[in-house]
Ligand binder design. Structure first.
Ligand SMILES: [Zn+2]
Length: 239
């Protein structure tokens, strides 16, 4: 008895994956993104979350067994299921467009015309080249065009796009694009300062380095406005 509801669909899906993997070029440790959109297959959501968890569980088990681990050990036997659920529901949950935060905006009743900056938004993402964590801070700003958004919505947007296999450049752009859409203005900026564990903990093993990326839209391309934003995010906040 197969764990999958639709055997044919599963077979087609896996064959598609295999063909895709064979086409892949190796880019090694060069962290180059290929597109501002997350590369997704057209059949990305033909399988349900539960079906994906079932498949990934088997795959993780296969990796562990290949490494020679004994899955009868009490400490290891739950790992394949745990990892599969974590991939689908948590750390890669942002691949699912239905999980995108709802765009509830408000009228700018205060007529506040200066920039609004939310700095030090904690960010956890995953490097798409190594599947290792990216841990950092995002600083996001916008100048209202008559519409404002709740502060926590900015955190949620950062979190949503972080929960994908990512390259930092793409993540920065995706956050700006989403806020531009939600706020109906180009005047949005984002700076991300993050540590990539694939650089810090393996490979070159540079524990101190961090990576800074930025995207400046609309008025933020202007020298003075950009400088004002960058000055704000350098403010040390102590409470
Ligand atoms: Zn990496």
């Amino acid at each position: 008895m197969s764990p999958y509801n639709n055997e044919k669909l599963y077979y087609k899906f896996r064959m598609g994956l295999k063909n895709n993997a064979e086409k892949l070029d190796t880019i090694g440790d060069n962290h180059i993104g290929t597109s501002t959109e997350t590369p997704m297959r057209s059949d990305a959501f033909t399988l349900s979350a539960d079906e994906k968890i079932n498949i990934i569980k088997d795959d993780v088990q296969h990796i562990m067994e290949t490494l020679g681990l004994d899955l009868n050990d009490d400490s290891l036997k739950g790992t394949p299921n745990r990892v599969a659920k974590m991939f689908v529901n948590e750390i890669f949950g942002g691949l699912d467009p239905t999980k995108k935060p709802k765009a509830s905006t408000f009228e700018n009743k205060y007529q506040y015309g200066e920039m609004l900056v939310e700095k030090n938004i904690t960010l956890y993402s995953t490097c798409e080249h190594h599947f290792l964590p990216i841990v950092g801070r995002a600083h996001v700003a916008y100048i209202s065009n008559g519409t404002v958004v709740g502060l926590s919505k900015m955190n949620r947007i950062v979190d949503h796009f972080s929960k994908r296999p990512q390259v930092q450049e793409r993540l920065t752009i995706q956050i700006v694009k989403e806020l531009q859409n939600v706020l109906n203005t180009d005047d949005v900026a984002c700076v991300i300062d993050a540590k990539h564990l694939c650089v810090n903990s393996r490979g070159i093993r540079d524990i101190e380095s961090s990576t800074v990326t930025s995207e400046f839209g609309g008025k933020f391309k202007d020298k003075e406005t950009k400088r004002e934003f960058l000055n704000y995010i350098q403010l040390e906040t102590k409470f």
